[in-house]
Design a protein around this ligand. Structure first.
Ligand SMILES: NC(=O)c1ccc[n+]([C@@H]2O[C@H](COP(=O)([O-])OP(=O)(O)OC[C@H]3O[C@@H](n4cnc5c(N)ncnc54)[C@H](O)[C@@H]3O)[C@@H](O)[C@H]2O)c1
Length: 263
């Protein structure tokens, strides 16, 4: 199916790694022009090389999504260079804590929510004037099944993602009249650097054997008997970013191998 993205410009946050990178590559494969955001230019470099190797028109936009002025300045530069931002994918996030809420540091909780929830709001705030003026746009937010079903030891992270779910639905109601859709994709456990870092920390605490046993238990909790790969989420994002999804807004789609089946 042609996703009709070939004349579109997309901005993907947190695209220097993991799921964000897979989304950038998938949208590039559909012939979109891709702007790769991450914290630093160096952090964008590997994704840019992969895109260039596929002849995708691309560039880096290094900024911290939790800083509104940085987001606004970057969006202005991108709009000047490419004419417009047609699709925004908010994927940047951090997990600093994996302790119980009682043992977590308030400043770590704040940072997790600043990057995910406020980062999503800031980037969205920056692109909306252009999308509204052109009466079209696609916003896709990456949330998490940790928010949909709850996740111990990721309380602040999950709360930020829960906030994005509410933001997605409420904003969809406001901007639908301007031809802008707002949806969210909700992965469950996905094999990325973020998850591997969490596993390494766990391994230091519990030992490699205990972590391997836990991983096997997790795999069996998935009806499809595997955790996600970044491309699984990217496929759903590509559809929602396309004109094929023009009558879908305010929806939250889990891509989770059946791990949870929220009503
Ligand atoms: N991996 C999983 O198991 C999993 C599960 C559910 C949801 N998710 C979500 O998927 C998305 C991508 O996660 P991932 O696993 O690919 O993580 P990742 O750590 O591999 O990639 C996240 C990227 O975001 C960047 N980033 C962090 N803070 C930033 C900031 N302030 N400004 C700009 N960029 C910033 C990081 O540098 C990194 O490159 C996140 O929203 C995450 O919450 C991941």
């Amino acid at each position: 199916m042609d996703m009709q993205l070939h004349d579109k410009t997309v901005l993907v946050t947190g695209a220097g790694s993991g799921i964000g990178r897979a989304i950038a590559l998938a949208l590039g494969e559909e012939d979109a022009s891709v702007v790769v955001n991450d914290l630093t230019t160096e952090g964008c470099e590997e994704s840019l090389s992969l895109l260039r190797a596929r002849n995708v028109r691309c560039c880096a936009a290094a900024f911290d999504v939790s800083q509104l002025q940085q987001a606004k300045a970057a969006v202005k530069d991108i709009e000047n260079a490419f004419g417009a931002i047609d699709v925004l994918v908010n994927s940047a996030a951090v997990i600093i804590n994996n302790r119980s809420f009682m043992d977590s540091r308030p400043e770590d909780c704040e940072r997790e929510i600043q990057v995910s929830l406020f980062g999503t709001m800031h980037c969205t705030r920056a692109v909306l004037p252009g999308m509204t003026a052109r009466a079209c746009g696609r916003i896709v937010n990456i949330v998490s099944d940790a928010a949909r079903v709850g996740q111990e030891k990721e309380v602040a992270y999950s709360s930020g993602k829960g906030g994005i779910i509410s933001f997605t639905k409420s904003l969809a109601r406001e901007v639908g009249r301007h031809g802008i859709t707002v949806n969210a994709v909700s992965p469950a456990a996905t094999d990325t650097p973020l998850r591997r870092t969490l596993l390494a920390r766990m391994s230091e605490r519990l030992g490699a054997e205990a972590v391997a046993a836990r991983e096997e238990k997790i795999r069996k909790a998935y009806p499809l008997r595997r955790i996600g790969q970044p491309g699984d989420t990217a496929a759903m994002v590509t559809f929602l970013a396309s004109s094929r999804a023009s009558h879908i807004t305010g929806q939250i789609y889990s891509v989770n191998g059946g791990f949870a089946m929220p009503g």
